[in-house]
Structure formats: structure tokens, C-alpha cells
Ligand binder design. Structure first.
Ligand SMILES: O=C(O)CCC(=O)C(=O)O
Ligand SMILES: [Fe+2]
Length: 178
């Protein structure tokens, strides 16, 4: 999973025109298995509230059988179900991805709804942020037409800010605006 997420991140960076050695190999990751003990009583309720992922990017293995993941379409203001597709992973950008790319990548608001009274499992690998460095867009992403949009910030401090304010759906990122 580590090799995969480093590879995907490198390809994302290359797709933005950033060539040369990418630093993602050294960035910390977090691996998490989510289990939702859904019952008849929880159907229709929220399994995970709306949030963005705080890190750079996430590779998610959704439950092959039980759907419920929804992403917000920002233009329409509506949630769109992301139905599981067996044999695939889902990749989404998080807050660090938006800040690091100077806004070229977009952090994705999403949530998980309980759609069936059966246990649901998802497996997530998160590529977080630089190890000993602040989150800061490379110079290649900054020019007169694209001024720096975010103040450089420390990821651990940023995570604490999200926790202490409860701002987990992009609001904390807005506080980092330059
Ligand atoms: O369970 C899922 O499908 C998504 C979970 C999620 O959004 C997360 O762990 O950040
Ligand atoms: Fe998430």
C-alpha cells in the first residue's frame, strides 16, 4: 500500500508538470480499517459526518458489497453516491493536497451514509504530509498569475486545529489562506 500511494502521488505531481524526484517516499502514512456496525436502527443515518481528509491523498478500498460513501459535488451542492466497484481502489485528495498544489488540486468533501443493516468495512491508506517540513507549495506552482494561496503550515498543528475547532470539512483549510 505504501509503494502504491507513493506511486500515485508521484504521478499526480508529474501530471501537474512537477518533474524530477518526488519527496513522497519519506512522507508519513496512516493505515486504517473502518468497521461500521450497521443495524436496522442505523439505516438512513450518517456513519461518518461530512469531512475532508486532512492529508495529501487517500487510497480507499471500499466495502465490495455495501455502498454508502458519498462525495459532495461543489457546483451542484449535492452529494453523489460513489458505488463500490469490485477490484478497484478509490483515490481522493485531502487538505494538504490542496495546499501543497497551491489550489490546483481540490480537497474532496465526503461522508458515509448507512444504506443497509449489515456490517460495512473500508480500508484506507492516507499519505499525510512532509515529515520534518511545513506544508508549502513548491515554487513551480507559484507565479504572478498564481500567487501563494496558503501560508506554509505544520501538519501536526493543522490536525490539532481541525480537532480543537471541529472544523473537518475544509473550514480549517480556509484559515490557512495566505
Ligand atoms: O468508509 C469509507 O468509505 C470512507 C471513510 C473515510 O472517509 C475516512 O476514513 O476518511
Ligand atoms: Fe475520509
Amino acid at each position: 500500500m505504501h509503494a502504491l500511494i507513493v506511486d500515485v502521488a508521484g504521478k499526480v505531481a508529474s501530471s501537474l508538470g512537477l518533474e524530477g524526484g518526488h519527496p513522497f517516499q519519506d512522507w508519513p502514512c496512516q493505515f486504517r480499517i473502518n468497521r461500521y456496525n450497521y443495524t436496522h436502527d442505523t439505516v438512513g443515518s450518517s456513519g461518518v459526518q461530512i469531512h475532508t481528509d486532512s492529508g495529501f491523498l487517500t487510497v480507499l478500498q471500499e466495502d465490495d458489497c455495501v455502498g454508502g460513501l458519498e462525495v459532495l459535488d461543489p457546483a451542484a451542492g449535492e452529494f453523489v453516491p460513489v458505488d463500490p466497484l469490485p477490484g478497484t481502489f478509490l483515490v481522493n485528495i485531502g487538505d494538504v493536497g490542496a495546499a501543497w498544489s497551491n489550489g490546483r488540486l481540490h480537497t474532496v468533501k465526503h461522508r458515509v451514509q448507512c444504506v443497509a443493516p449489515v456490517p460495512r468495512i473500508s480500508i484506507a491508506m492516507f499519505l499525510l504530509a512532509p515529515k520534518d517540513d511545513r506544508v508549502c507549495a513548491p515554487e513551480a506552482f507559484v507565479d504572478a498569475e498564481h500567487p501563494r494561496r496558503f501560508k506554509p503550515f505544520n501538519y501536526d498543528d493543522y490536525r490539532k486545529l481541525r480537532l480543537s475547532t471541529g472544523e473537518r470539512a475544509g473550514e480549517a483549510l480556509a484559515r490557512m489562506a495566505a
